[in-house]
Ligand binder design. Structure first.
Ligand code: CP3
Length: 350
């Protein structure tokens, strides 16, 4: 199968393919029994992510079951601060914990020069996964690389983990914009290098996850989400002009439109808070769109799932569109619900 026969890549290039391509954020993970089995044997989440063989295996798991049109390499957005020497751990069932960066002195302790040791593990996982896709007969499946956007990664770095409303990082951005800009600038540089490295290793498209784009006021959104993402897109595109870049400014609401216009992303991933019709009117004329089934509809199953998925396909399916969720698969999601959804997408006639 030729590269350009992959319907996911054709769609990102603006074509309307016969079938609607699909993949799901967090398609590899705890809703799959085979993942839980590996997870129980492995030392921890980071041990799995940094072992190229395991990362490849986990990336392949959902593809073997559901033949998605794209797989996303099994890794995490917090690999970037970790690779710069920030302490990171994933305590079981608790989410990430980092030693917070809260001053210029803390920023000065980051080591953007030592990232290669960790990044190379991810690159190797990507190389292996491309080979596995070929040798296991999934030549029509594309491989996506990814990174967190500078803003979202900074959120975790400054807060030291997840947060209800990210007050610490948001107030630093207001009080000391020149200081905070230094952190963002480092992240733009390192993330550009990291995404380019993933593409060289075999990633055929990349996604930029800005999971906390939605917590910012509009002017702050322009400064900390749009501006750094624009620079990141320019840097990656300078080296790899033909590789599609998908942006995901989760929770951005009406600012999604500014984001698409001003960052120059090739395609946009939409969350489930956005009305499907608005996506069709405001975003799809600008770029190919990905999204936006509520992961809770997938968890719930039944008529809710069927009706929501059909509405999305009917509204967005006649222009370039990749079916996805509005956020990641929830861990208690029954595998049968995912099976039902896949059948529904595959049977849809454009
Ligand atoms: O299949 C895939 O989507 C690929 C792998 C992937 C993971 N994380 C694996 C993971 C991707 C693309 C991510 C991105 C990521 N990581 C984001 C952006 C997307 C989003 O969800 O908004 C964010 C914010 C993170 C940071 C992160 N990683 C958190 C907050 C957590 C804990 C919450 C949780 O779900 O456990 C993680 C851990 C994590 N990353 C897991 C997985 C499969 C769970 C680890 C486990 O098995 O215990």
């Amino acid at each position: 199968m030729e590269e350009n026969d992959k319907i996911f890549l054709q769609t990102l290039n603006g074509q309307v393919t016969e079938k609607v391509p699909f993949w799901f954020m967090r398609q590899a993970g705890r809703y799959l029994p085979e993942y839980k089995e590996l997870r129980a044997k492995a030392g921890g989440f980071l041990d799995m992510a940094y072992n190229p063989e395991t990362a490849c295996e986990i990336t392949m798991q959902p593809i073997r079951r559901f033949s998605m049109d794209a797989g996303i390499i099994f890794s995490d957005i917090l690999v970037v601060p970790h690779a710069m020497g920030q302490h990171l751990e994933f305590a079981a069932g608790e989410g990430p914990k980092l030693d917070p960066v809260r001053s210029v002195t803390d920023i000065g302790k980051l080591k953007p020069g030592i990232t290669g040791e960790i990044f190379s593990k991810v690159y190797e996982a990507i190389e292996r996964t491309r080979q596995a896709m070929q040798s296991e007969g999934f030549g029509q499946t594309a491989l996506i690389g990814f990174a967190g956007a500078p803003w979202t990664v900074a959120c975790y770095m400054v807060e030291g983990g997840g947060s209800k409303d990210f007050e610490t990082v948001r107030s630093w951005a207001y009080r000391g914009p020149e200081e905070f800009q230094q952190l963002i600038d480092i992240l733009v540089e390192v993330t550009a290098e990291y995404l380019c490295g993933q593409i060289k290793a075999g990633a055929e498209a990349v996604q930029i996850f800005d999971s906390w784009a939605g917590v910012l006021e509009a002017n702050q959104f322009h400064r900390w989400v749009i501006a750094p993402t624009k620079r990141l897109v320019e840097k990656v595109r300078m080296e790899h002009p033909d590789v599609p870049i998908i942006g995901f400014p989760r929770g951005a609401g009406v600012l999604y439109r500014d984001y698409v216009r001003d960052t120059g992303v090739s395609a946009v991933s939409t969350d489930h808070m956005l009305p499907v019709q608005w996506i069709g009117n405001a975003l799809q004329p600008l770029v190919p769109v990905q999204g936006n089934l509520d992961p809770v509809a997938l968890l719930a199953g039944g008529d809710t799932l069927k009706l929501s998925a059909e509405k999305i396909l009917n509204e967005l399916g006649s222009a370039p569109f990749v079916f996805n969720l509005g956020h990641g698969v929830i861990k208690d999601t029954p595998v049968e619900h995912v099976e039902e959804l896949v059948t529904l997408i595959r049977e849809f006639e454009r």
